[in-house]
Design a protein around this ligand. Structure first.
Ligand SMILES: Nc1nc(=O)c2c([nH]1)NC[C@@H]1CN(c3ccc(C(=O)N[C@@H](CCC(=O)O)C(=O)O)cc3)C=[N+]21
Length: 283
């Protein structure tokens, strides 16, 4: 039987600290503000938006959502982004990714002001992540995975960590972060020959594929730690990438969806926003 490790205690701890920090900022007449940029209405973006908006309100951060049409041109998108870069009342910008295919992320990422880039889109923050320099803003979801592992005292050094998924938002960065903590990493993806074989060696398994119930019992090593980063919506209900009912009998520790990684992601996002706000006000 496994222990279910919820995100709430991790998120609560971060949230409590932030409430105090934001109180102090507001006393100084500084009002932290987060700009969220959403193109279209993808379900996983909407789930993040709900979580982020309610987390911000709890802490005293003002959330502002810019909703853009799914067929917006690259030129217009960049115009909107530049407005937010220049708006001094905005301290941090979160752009939901991946963007629709016709918007070229490899061009757009150079546009976001690195000081407002609280989810590691800018090449400046990507570079810092690559080097293990923690002065920038690491991406929130991978950082949430690391915070959960730390909170529940999971040893990373020398362990086999396998990641399913190689996205720029989760798979690749979480692999780098685990490597920086001295894990031996393996990244599986759609062209991997036998995924279950690769994941069965994992002491720590991170699922970030974006396919509901993809990870079955035979993917998982007895006594391992399973972190489910998936956000899938089936019949209006949010579920993860792990077949929870199967895997919970094998893993020692497992995160649920919802109320797992996602809830920690929103508190990391808020933490980055407060850090950006302080830096911009020379605090
Ligand atoms: N640049 C970028 N970075 C991301 O990290 C990113 C993204 N784009 N696009 C969308 C996906 C999805 N994602 C979620 C984060 C938190 C919750 C979350 O707060 N979930 C709550 C419940 C949400 C609800 O259903 O109301 C929970 O799991 O308990 C959900 C989804 C981050 N993503």
């Amino acid at each position: 039987m496994s222990r279910i490790i919820k995100g709430k205690p991790v998120a609560d701890k971060i949230t409590e600290e932030l409430i105090e920090e934001v109180k102090e900022l507001r006393n100084k007449k500084i009002y932290p503000k987060l700009a969220i940029v959403r193109v279209g209405a993808r379900e996983d973006d909407l789930a993040y938006e709900r979580g982020a908006v309610s987390r911000c309100k709890k802490i005293g951060i003002e959330p502002e959502v810019t909703q853009l049409p799914v067929d917006i041109s690259q030129e217009d998108f960049i115009k909107e982004l530049r407005k937010l870069n220049e708006d001094n009342s905005v301290h941090g910008i979160l752009i939901f990714r991946p963007l629709p295919k016709h918007l070229d992320e490899t061009v757009i990422k150079y546009e976001i002001n690195p000081e407002k880039d609280i989810d590691c889109f800018s090449p400046v923050n990507e570079g810092k992540l690559y080097e293990g320099d923690d002065s920038g803003f690491p991406p929130c979801t991978p950082k949430a995975v690391m915070e959960i592992l730390k909170f529940y005292d999971v040893e990373i050094k020398g362990k086999n960590a396998t990641i399913i998924g190689r996205s720029n938002v989760v798979g690749k960065p979480v692999a780098l972060m685990l490597l920086n903590e001295n894990a031996t990493i393996k990244i599986c993806h759609s062209k991997t020959k036998d995924i279950a074989k690769a994941t069965r060696e994992a002491d720590i398994l991170v699922a970030a594929v974006g396919r509901a119930n993809f990870v079955k019992e035979d993917f998982v090593k007895d006594g391992s730690v399973v972190i489910d980063v998936g956000i899938n919506v089936i019949d209006g209900k949010v579920c993860g990438d792990v077949d929870f009912d199967e895997v919970k009998n094998k893993a020692a520790l497992i995160t649920p969806v919802p109320r797992g990684v996602g809830s920690v992601t929103t508190s990391i996002l808020a933490k980055h926003l407060v850090k950006a706000c302080k830096m911009q006000n020379n605090i």
